[in-house]
Design a binder for this molecule. Structure first.
Ligand code: SAM
Length: 183
């Protein structure tokens, strides 16, 4: 569903980032299996909460921040203004990406998409991954219906489950973190 945030929503998210940046977003960034030279996609980057920590882990690589909302993308540009290895893309460019990324991650994005949006997004993300590339997500565990749709679509798009765990995230509660490899 397309949603442009209000100024207040952006402001409150910045405030939450200030208080919970390390305990919520950095913990996810730290779990991404990165060596520093990868081409990485943040799908649904929002204001760049996770991207802020990932960009610094890619001294020889690149991070693409993608969102459906131009206001969130602009907020993300602000958050990441000190990094030279980041590009910003609107989501309509995703279908053109073909075997471009070593790692694609989604942080609290997929549960917000309807089943029909997931039917478009997951095949496009699988296509955008290089062979043997990694697809990583963290989604709230109370969205089990959505998680089952995601599991079906990953299976149908040659994404093989490599690792999965449940974590208790401050303020946000239990979440499922999964890593898939593209076959
Ligand atoms: C709950 S926010 C999470 C933002 C960020 N990943 C975080 O954890 O702070 C969900 C984000 O996904 C974006 N989004 C929703 N549907 C999308 C789609 N189809 N393609 C790209 N981004 C999308 C929204 O605009 C929003 O920025």
């Amino acid at each position: 569903m397309k949603h442009e945030p209000s100024r207040l929503e952006i402001y409150l998210t910045r405030l939450a980032f200030l208080f919970y940046g390390k305990s919520v977003y950095k913990t996810f960034a730290d779990r991404l299996p990165l060596n520093g030279g990868e081409n990485v996609l943040d799908f649904g980057c929002g204001m760049g909460t996770v991207a802020y920590y990932v960009a610094g882990k890619l001294p020889r690589g690149n991070l693409t921040c993608l969102d459906i909302s131009r206001r969130w993308l602009n907020a993300c540009r602000k958050t990441l203004r000190s990094y030279g290895n980041v590009i910003f893309l609107h989501s309509e460019s995703l279908p053109q990406a073909n075997e471009s990324f070593d790692v694609i991650y989604c942080h609290f994005v997929l549960h917000d998409l309807s089943e029909s949006e997931l039917e478009i997004a997951i095949p496009a993300l699988a296509k955008a991954l290089k062979p043997c590339g990694l697809f990583v997500f963290r989604e709230p565990l109370n969205s089990m219906g959505k998680i089952n749709v995601i599991k079906r679509l990953t299976g149908q798009n040659n994404l093989i489950l490599k690792d999965s765990r449940i974590t208790d995230i401050p303020v946000m509660g239990n979440a499922l973190e999964s890593i898939y490899t593209k076959q």
